[in-house]
Design a protein around this ligand. Structure first.
Ligand code: COA
Length: 200
């Protein structure tokens, strides 16, 4: 079930978009290799930018996928190097995603930042699909989405939060409270490729 809690109004009226660079450069495709985790007892991350400041810069926060255009989301995925996915499968995945956040650029009405978390609703959550459109990277939107997603999970009492991170984004996740191999614990992922190689 999706959470239908709006952080702020979706009205794009009276918004002043910040100026952003033209000609975004999509990143190259990549694989996710490293897992990080975040085990929290009480401290919640503070917000580096308030909802109202985001809004005043023309960015609208959403915590429900109901108004999210999946083709536009797919476009962001592709632009950061993720594979384009079947929208029907994305919809199904989102229907099984209890926590998600995305940011709409009010001027274009397009999603520019997205992150979601799945889990058991009590102990554990895994964060997936953390993306910021390349044209909008470096403005604090990735951090804004992650801070709120972490807060929401902690508010629900979920303190064991994990994610997969490419080596080059470890520096993005660390200040948010994630560490690789905490207490020597290593993440393991079932490898279809390895299994296929064994069979052949
Ligand atoms: C990683 C990503 C989500 C970051 O989003 P972003 O909006 O550009 O990041 P922010 O502007 O919010 O940056 C927040 C902070 O992290 C830092 N940061 C951002 N990307 C970083 C990186 N790759 N390595 C180290 N630090 C990074 C910023 O300098 C900033 O530091 P500050 O708070 O001291 O100013 C974005 O670059 C992206 O979508 N990348 C492609 C997809 C991807 O790799 N997703 C992660 C899946 S593993």
């Amino acid at each position: 079930m999706l959470i239908h809690r709006s952080i702020i109004s979706s009205s794009p009226l009276l918004l002043k978009p910040i100026s952003l660079p033209p000609n975004p450069k999509p990143l190259k495709p990549k694989t996710l290799t490293i897992s990080s985790s975040f085990s929290f007892s009480s401290t919640k991350p503070s917000l580096s930018i308030s909802d109202s400041d985001l809004l005043s810069r023309g960015f609208v926060l959403h915590s429900s996928a109901s108004s999210l255009n999946l083709d536009d989301l797919n476009t962001v995925f592709v632009r950061v190097g993720f594979p384009r996915r079947d929208p029907a499968k994305i919809r199904k995945a989102l229907d099984h995603t209890p926590s998600l956040l995305w940011i709409e650029h009010a001027k274009t009405r397009k999603p520019v930042a997205f992150a979601r978390a799945t889990g058991d609703g009590v102990f554990n959550a895994i964060i997936w699909d953390v993306v910021v459109d390349p044209s909008y990277q470096g403005f604090g939107l990735g951090k804004a989405v992650m801070e709120r997603l972490i807060r929401e999970l902690l508010d629900r009492g979920i303190s064991n939060i994990a994610l997969y991170a490419e080596p080059k984004v470890l520096g993005f996740y660390r200040p948010l409270g994630f560490s690789a191999d905490p207490d020597g614990i290593r993440g393991m992922v079932y490898s279809m490729k390895q299994q296929q190689r064994k069979r052949n």
